[in-house]
Design a protein around this ligand. Structure first.
Ligand code: ZN
Length: 184
């Protein structure tokens, strides 16, 4: 796998950009992120900023592209560990169960929409922490779904790319009607 050879690829959004959560239609959400190779204070600052936005928006997880940064990093509150805050740097799914479940999912970047998404019940995820130390976790149930959702963002996928054609059509129609109503 190709690695990024840039010296420091962590770009902190400007003060103006950080106020804005990227939503459906923003091209950043469709792009694949770059591997993080430098574990420094800037990376910690990005993680802090992501927690700030996640809390402000009332989310349980957030991926860097949602605030316009194409770095492979996600944050979340682990629902099975007293909502403990955790940062996953360079997360990758290395194993997933054959059993899958369809559940309703929402996304801060597709506001006001709930969609049926089918995902494997259990996953094993490799990631690094903010110091670059490697870990592997096995997740099942809701935590597994949340982390898969956030890793999708790091690959440039939204829930709209993970649902049935009918579901996608229904939601796109809903989004179109809403933007006509508000004139945006
Ligand atoms: Zn999302």
């Amino acid at each position: 796998m190709a690695r990024d050879h840039e010296k420091n690829n962590t770009v902190i959004p400007s003060a103006a950009a950080r106020e804005q959560l990227r939503t459906f239609g923003d091209p950043t959400l469709k792009q694949k992120t770059r591997e993080v190779t430098v574990f420094d204070a800037r990376l910690k600052a990005l993680s802090d900023l992501m927690f700030e936005v996640m809390e402000r928006e009332g989310g349980v997880g957030l991926a860097a592209p949602q605030i316009g940064t194409l770095s492979r990093i996600m944050v979340w509150k682990n629902p099975e560990d007293n909502d403990a805050s955790q940062t996953f740097v360079n997360p990758r799914i290395v194993l997933c169960s054959e059993e899958a479940t369809s559940a309703e999912e929402g996304c801060l970047s597709v506001p006001g929409v709930q969609m049926q998404v089918t995902r494997p019940d259990e996953v094993t995820v490799e990631f690094q922490d903010l110091r670059g130390v490697s870990f592997e976790v096995h997740l099942a149930g809701l935590p597994a779904l949340v982390v898969q959702h956030e890793i999708d963002h790091l690959e440039g996928y939204l829930i709209l790319d993970r649902c049935s054609k009918e579901e996608r059509r229904r939601v796109l129609k809903e989004l179109r009607e809403r933007s006509l109503e508000t004139g945006t």
